[in-house]
Design a protein around this ligand. Structure first.
Ligand SMILES: Cc1cc2nc3c(=O)[nH]c(=O)nc-3n(C[C@H](O)[C@H](O)[C@H](O)COP(=O)(O)O)c2cc1C
Length: 325
């Protein structure tokens, strides 16, 4: 296979974006777009006690996830809690569970969870020693370069190499960086040469060109995860899969997708303010796909009534929206 062919065989993963890529979004996405091979679901946290109530994993119930294959994700530093929840998810049919070792939010990280656990090699070793033999299925890991510094990951890869891990998803930023600043591609390249595990690249794939550049540089990687920029441009996964941008009517398709999401959310979110908050959150990303839409977005942000929201959005799509090429 030549280097330029790599995009045909790559697997593309929808990144977990808490507050955005829930089961409604994932299912609706699958009805309007293609290109993703699977989604890692946003994290659920470990559960104390011995029972997992149905409500706790509602968004992960197989009957609520018919659109695309899903890998559930758990955020926890407790082996006991992780094992309980993960085995419950294996029992209802999942084959792989992802461990969140990357969450950068100070509330999470300060408690040595997510990226905040990365400096604590001994805790991670103990966790894996307990969890891996007890799991009824496979474990994958999603991580960053470290919490405060990228040194963390260089110490951890030799540790990870001692365990059977399905794959390691790496977002090459530190926790401290949150989602800002540049990704450290040199560090990622070094990690690739150190790890024995399948590695998924994640971070700042904004366009087909970005993907081409990254896939040429990391030509042994064939699993890629895309988050924010697929929220902005849901056509991106298919563009990457086909290696070209041949989709017309983007605005029309985007409107149908939006309307579908609005209808679905209006059925499950209680009260107009929850519904509008959710939709306004999505527009923070959707808006980046359209030219000169600041005025329209300001109006949409101010709406308090669903009817008014719908009128404004319809007007935007029908009269103003111009897809950014
Ligand atoms: C709003 C938001 C929510 C996120 N939620 C999660 C999450 O639940 N689990 C996780 O592992 N990563 C989460 N992430 C990180 C993304 O999965 C991804 O690693 C990051 O956005 C970088 O990829 P991107 O540049 O393609 O977006 C979140 C990111 C954002 C911006």
């Amino acid at each position: 296979m030549s280097r330029t062919d790599t995009h045909h065989t790559s697997s593309l993963y929808m990144a977990p974006l808490r507050g955005f890529t829930d089961h409604i979004y994932r299912n609706t996405f699958s009805e309007h777009f293609s290109g993703f091979d699977l989604a890692v679901a946003p994290f659920i946290t470990g559960k104390k006690g011995d029972k997992v109530p149905r409500k706790y994993i509602k968004g992960l119930l197989p009957e609520n996830n018919t659109g695309m294959p899903v890998v559930p994700q758990i955020l926890s530093k407790s082996a006991k809690e992780f094992i309980l929840l993960a085995n419950h998810l294996f029992n209802i049919g999942y084959e792989t569970i992802n461990w969140n070792l990357g969450c950068p939010y100070p509330m999470v990280a300060k408690k040595q969870r997510g990226s905040g656990m990365l400096p604590h090699q001994d805790m991670i070793r103990e966790f894996l020693d307990h969890v891996i033999p007890a799991l009824k299925g496979r474990l994958s890991i999603k991580t960053r370069l470290g919490w405060q510094t990228k040194d963390d990951i260089f110490r951890l890869i030799p540790l990870f190499n001692q365990y059977p891990i399905e794959e390691i998803i790496i977002h090459p930023r530190t926790g401290k960086q949150m989602y800002e600043g540049t990704t450290d591609l040199e560090a990622f390249e070094k990690l690739l040469s150190m790890t024995i595990h399948a590695t998924v690249y994640n971070g700042d794939i904004r366009s087909l060109d970005d993907f081409k550049r990254l896939s040429q540089r990391f030509n042994t990687v064939n699993r890629w995860m895309i988050g924010r920029w697929a929220l902005v441009n849901p056509f991106l996964p298919l563009m990457i899969k086909t290696g070209k941008d041949s989709i017309s009517n983007k605005t029309v398709i985007m409107k149908r997708f939006h309307d579908d999401l609005f209808n679905q959310y209006s059925q499950i979110l209680s009260g107009p303010s929850h519904l509008l908050d959710r939709m306004k959150g999505l527009w923070r990303y959707f808006s980046l796909a359209f030219k000169d839409c600041n005025i329209a977005m300001k109006k949409i942000k101010k709406t308090r009534k669903p009817d008014q929201y719908t009128d404004l959005v319809n007007h935007f799509f029908e009269a103003e929206a111009e897809w950014f090429e």
